[in-house]
Design a protein around this ligand. Sequence first.
Ligand SMILES: [Zn+2]
Length: 169
Amino acid sequence: MNNFHRLHAACSAYLRRLPLPVPFDLDEFCRRIGAERSRPLVVLPWESAMPAGITGTCMPYGDRDVIYHQPWATGLHRTQIVLHEIAHLVCGHVAHDTLSSQFEMVQPGIHARMFARHDNYGDEQEREAEMLASLMMEHAVTHAARTDDALVARLHAALAPTMRSASRG
Ligand SMILES: [Zn+2]
């Protein structure tokens, strides 16, 4: 088994333990994760543009976790960003250190350090988050609510070959 397959197998096992709703609903998924962790998980648009190259970040506060995303991200793009941050969170990459816990409100000076830390996830953590997020996205697309638009159907068709090759082993 090469590294890719080992990572895929580990993330697939992880995926099965996650409380993924069927049909998929991002708000409900966040609510369930918050309930499991006994810490509410809140998703909010960042109020201004994020630093270049950053689309989302997860900030652990004293009593809850907040995922911020670029304010212009909507629909599936927003889902993709939030799932990536959820992956970091459930994989234990988000450190609950005293720095963030002490601040109920986001302070101006804290922003840069938070974003810098996101950048500092190791390569291995990024690969793990990317892999788990794409497996969650496959679930989201496969189990999309019927009310979702044709884009989902097109994405599903595009993902199908990936899912077949992945299940081969
Ligand atoms: Zn990341």
